[in-house]
Design a protein around this ligand. Structure first.
Ligand code: PLP
Length: 425
């Protein structure tokens, strides 16, 4: 891989071409080189509805990738709630307002009893940044353990705990372990942090291990958490990806692992596209920070954000989206696994709910980055949107809005089967 290559940013990114669209050229002129576009043939979207997206020429795409518009693109209940609140009042948390209190009560009711307070921000990065500060205050330590392809965001502090951004990202106080969280690795990371004088502040994990390639095994996290706690650290469960029902067996990914986190961070699907994020906490863990550091986030927790977030909870509950994730996700997984059985170059099909990872292998059974990219681009040409993840860039990432239907599964499977046949994989 070239210097500066990042799996999460570059595994499925457009790399330019002689006949670039004028919009691409204009975009790169004003945004500069840090931004990436998906696909060899980038998609210019202008409209969305449910699980469907439409490009500037009016072509329809099946969205099997986007987890932000989790209750479906342009859901009318969310639009209505946002429009009504936006037309009434939008201020901030220095004034009293019911929405933030009522929403917090609902959100915390979905958490274990121990997790009883919540603070708001606008992005997952900010929520994780805040969680690191809280953990450091509580533990008196700064050492952090993450998984080797983790992505936790883009502030300076969370970039430093995001090895997927490249080797230069990692801070001296961070140790990366495999997503198998093997006991010996965790023990070595703890010992190393202690010897380095950092101590152990937190284990930070995305509880579905998204950028590590999607690893749903529910037996590995609890022993790692026990070891970290014995060394004085806390568990920060990053629910930005698995949270809000995606894994099909409850609201939160950590529940599958049988652990109660000290801090829980969330964002992306929380308000269906409005920039809303949060950090929930055990109040005893939060107290040391919150009693000495006043907190204000201009946009975090404002009435419009809270209205949008509450509307998302309404839809998750009212449309039974957690059980939909389980049922439709189960059907999708079974159908993809059935296709995979006929294709030696498709390896493991794994996941939970509506979050699926599908390994693409070469003839020797090794990870095939180019093959995975080829499949993703071929699916895009058939107007089905997916992407890739994993340290080797060879795991197809299938993560549709939670309103994915059985008819969507049929369309997905028909196109996926066609792509596998045409690839000879
Ligand atoms: C697991 C995880 N944590 C944190 C973040 C950062 O969230 P944001 O982009 O909202 O800052 C992301 C974003 O992709 C993520 O996937």
């Amino acid at each position: 891989m070239s210097a500066g290559f990042s799996n999460i940013m570059d595994s499925n990114s457009y790399s330019g071409g002689p006949d670039a669209d004028p919009l691409i050229e204009a975009r790169s002129r004003v945004l500069g080189p840090a931004y990436r576009l998906f696909y060899d043939n980038p998609v210019h979207l202008v409209r969305g509805q449910g699980t469907k997206l439409y490009d500037a020429e009016g072509r329809e795409y099946l969205d099997a990738y986007n987890n932000v518009a989790s209750v479906g693109h342009c859901h009318p209940h969310v639009i209505d709630a946002v429009t009504r609140q936006m037309s009434t009042l939008n201020t901030h948390t220095r004034y009293l307002h019911e929405t933030i209190v009522e929403y917090s009560q609902r959100l915390l009711a979905s958490m274990p009893d121990e997790v009883d307070q919540v603070m708001y921000a606008c992005t997952g990065s900010e929520a994780n940044d805040l969680a690191l500060r809280v953990a450091a205050k509580y533990t008196g330590a700064t050492g952090v353990i993450v998984t080797e392809e983790a992505y936790h965001g883009n502030t300076e502090a969370v970039y430093a705990i995001s090895p997927s951004m490249g080797a230069e990202a990692l801070g001296p106080h961070v140790r990366a372990v495999s997503p198998r969280l093997e006991r010996a690795e965790i023990a070595a990371a703890i010992a190393d942090l202690q010897q380095g004088g950092f101590g152990v502040s937190a284990l930070v994990v995305d509880t579905i291990f998204s950028s590590d390639g999607i690893h749903p095994d529910p037996s590995i996290l609890a022993p790692a958490v026990a070891a970290v706690r014995a060394a004085g650290g806390v568990l920060i469960a990053d629910e930005v990806q698995p949270g809000f029902g995606r894994t099909g067996d409850g609201m939160w990914g950590f529940t599958r692992h049988g652990v109660v986190p000290d801090l829980v961070t969330m964002g992306k699907p929380m308000a269906n596209g409005m920039p809303v994020s949060a950090m929930a906490a055990r109040s005893d863990v939060l107290a040391g920070f919150a009693t000495v550091v006043p907190y204000f986030n201009t946009f975090g927790g404002n009435p419009v954000s809270m209205a949008a977030a509450a509307a998302v909870l309404d839809v998750i509950e009212g449309e039974g989206l957690i059980s939909n994730a389980a049922t439709v996700g189960g059907a999708l997984s079974a159908e993809v696994a059935r296709l995979a059985a006929d294709h030696p170059r498709i390896g493991q099909v794994r996941g939970a709910g509506l979050y699926l990872g599908v390994e693409v292998l070469d003839d020797a059974g090794l990870p095939d980055r180019a093959g995975a990219k080829g499949i993703v681009n071929a699916m895009r040409e058939r107007r089905v949107l997916i992407s890739v993840c994993g340290g080797d860039g060879n795991v197809l990432k299938i993560r549709p809005p939670l309103v994915f239907s059985m008819a969507d599964v049929d369309r997905f499977v028909a196109e996926f089967g066609g792509v596998l046949a045409s690839f000879g994989v």
